[in-house]
Design a protein around this ligand. Structure first.
Ligand SMILES: Cc1cc2nc3c(=O)[nH]c(=O)nc-3n(C[C@H](O)[C@H](O)[C@H](O)COP(=O)(O)OP(=O)(O)OC[C@H]3O[C@@H](n4cnc5c(N)ncnc54)[C@H](O)[C@@H]3O)c2cc1C
Length: 158
């Protein structure tokens, strides 16, 4: 386990964003420890078709954001120069309610304030944060299992 003044556990959106904020303040003495081999946590955007480009991805988990009340998220999206678009809400919706039954056509609904999506899926956000971090600070495959406090430091055990 590397040594640093600050340890961020988990490289989901929160951890990536925390590391990004440190970097913006010129603080480099940190490590970002992620249990899995990939970054982004619950955010997962899959290619829409085989051979699809990075802008052509479908969200499998978190999909929308609401600038109307997620002000910090909206600023982050703007600061990173990401492209967003309004969720298409006109007409009916096709819903797969269960893997056993066929998809069902039903009346759509409009959300207010509008739900926004990112070009390239939500992973465009975590990818953009990742690109702005010092790669040597990120350690994947490091599941932190225990914290041990000694007189001089805190030890993270994986
Ligand atoms: C199906 C679904 C749909 C959602 N839709 C939306 C939406 O449309 N809009 C919205 O705003 N929010 C949505 N959310 C909520 C959103 O996903 C979360 O608020 C956000 O992704 C949480 O990010 P996080 O970094 O806090 O946590 P996580 O994404 O859970 O990341 C935590 C990370 O920490 C790692 N980790 C955990 N324990 C350890 C350990 N001991 N050592 C090292 N690493 C560890 C994990 O592997 C993971 O990578 C949705 C959530 C789900 C599940």
């Amino acid at each position: 386990m590397p040594t640093a003044r600050i340890a961020i556990i988990g490289a989901g959106l929160s951890g990536l964003c925390a590391a990004f904020l440190l970097e913006q303040k010129g603080i480099k003495d940190y490590v970002l420890l992620e249990a899995r081999d990939s970054l982004g946590g619950r955010i997962a955007s899959a290619p829409a078709t085989s051979g699809a480009q990075a802008f052509d991805r479908v969200d499998l988990g978190p999909t929308w954001f609401w600038p109307g009340y997620q002000h910090q998220l909206a600023s982050l999206v703007a600061d990173l120069g990401l492209q967003s678009f309004e969720q298409f809400e006109v007409g009916d919706t096709v819903m797969e309610r269960s893997p056993q039954g066929p998809p069902v056509r039903m009346r759509g609904y409009a959300s207010s304030p509008p739900s926004m999506r990112l070009v390239g899926g939500m992973a465009a956000l975590t990818d953009a944060l990742h690109r702005r971090l010092d790669a040597t600070r990120i350690h994947t495959g490091q599941a932190v299992r225990r914290l041990r406090s000694t007189e001089r430091h805190v030890e993270l055990v994986s």
